[in-house]
Design a protein around this ligand. Structure first.
Ligand SMILES: NC(=O)c1ccc[n+]([C@@H]2O[C@H](COP(=O)([O-])OP(=O)(O)OC[C@H]3O[C@@H](n4cnc5c(N)ncnc54)[C@H](OP(=O)(O)O)[C@@H]3O)[C@@H](O)[C@H]2O)c1
Length: 283
């Protein structure tokens, strides 16, 4: 049997870096995306040292650019022909309104649209693996979402709290619809809240907020553990469309559990991507 492949986004910092190290120990072929070559090289070295696994590679991908994602996916498939575990982990929390190269608010672009698009582009490779798993790193912050279908990326009415919460609601809506679409294909799709964890996620925030964040957060490794469990645990075989709060089944908000809205949002996400990528193929 060919070696299993795990692809994780955003492993150059925080929770993703520790999750990548733990998964590399499990004898996966580990691939991560990075937007900064220096950080990527340092991360690769760190992961090899921590895991003893040398089968670790990275690709450049700026998740705030749909073209960069498309280039990355083409390069990835030149080297790999399967994905057994996809961890959509990368995230940003913009404090001010910043637009992506494609004109979308950046938090929404990176946290949701990027992973929606990347998963579409690589789905055929995920289908190759037997019982492949997709894990979307969401957050309990989704409970504060105020989603407006007329301003999905909050670019007209920016509020730093709302835009992050909305992007995390988007992760759960994406998970729930994708899980249903892939149920008959033996692929599981789950989302989770990893915990309140020390990381670089507050990098765009004022200093006192960053300091407060550190005081109330758990060590980074604690956020990686529930992700790795979803990625490899035999106990979770066949579990799909579920939102986890760390290790337990979590209670998603009423809005997140609204499947009709999730479907409407899926169609809207398709439209947002099609408006920028003319040959985008919907699942
Ligand atoms: N920390 C928490 O308490 C917490 C709680 C709930 C959910 N989460 C979720 O956990 C996930 C990981 O976050 P974290 O806390 O570990 O944050 P982090 O330390 O800031 O790590 C974020 C990762 O995403 C990458 N990234 C950000 N923007 C990118 C872009 N435009 N293109 C490519 N990569 C990009 C970063 O790359 P660089 O290294 O180049 O910056 C980094 O590798 C996120 O989805 C976050 O929403 C975190």
């Amino acid at each position: 049997m060919d070696k299993k492949v795990c692809l994780i986004t955003g492993a150059t910092a925080g929770i993703g870096k520790e999750a990548a190290a733990m998964i590399a120990k499990e004898n996966f072929s580990l691939v991560f995306t990075a937007r900064n070559f220096q950080k990527a090289e340092e991360t690769k070295k760190y992961l090899i040292e921590k895991s003893g696994n040398t089968d670790i590679n990275y690709f450049y991908c700026d998740l705030s650019s749909l073209n960069s994602i498309s280039r990355f996916c083409s390069e990835f498939r030149e080297k790999y022909d399967r994905i057994d575990v996809l961890i959509n982990n990368a995230g940003t929390w913009e404090f001010r309104l910043n637009l992506s190269e494609d004109g979308f608010e950046k938090t929404f672009a990176v946290n949701h649209l990027a992973h929606f698009y990347l998963t579409h582009l690589l789905l055929d490779l995920i289908l190759v693996g037997n019982q492949s798993r997709i894990i979307n790193v969401a957050s309990a912050a989704h409970k504060y979402a105020r989603f407006n279908f007329d301003d999905p990326d909050s670019s007209k009415n920016f509020d730093f709290l709302k835009v992050y919460a909305n992007s995390k609601l988007a992760n759960i809506w994406f998970t729930n619809v994708l899980a249903l679409k892939l149920k008959s294909k033996n692929i599981t799709v789950n989302s989770l809240m990893p915990g309140v964890i020390v990381s670089e996620i507050l990098r765009n925030f004022p200093f006192p907020v960053k300091q407060l964040g550190k005081l109330i957060s758990k060590p980074t490794i604690e956020g990686a553990k529930p992700i790795v469990r979803l990625a490899i645990s035999d106990d979770l075989k066949g579990i799909t469309g579920t939102y986890f709060d760390e290790f337990k089944i979590g209670r998603m908000s009423k809005e997140a559990a609204n499947f009709e809205k999730a479907l409407k949002f899926w169609e809207l996400s398709e439209k947002m991507i099609s408006s920028k990528i003319s040959d985008f193929h919907a699942i």
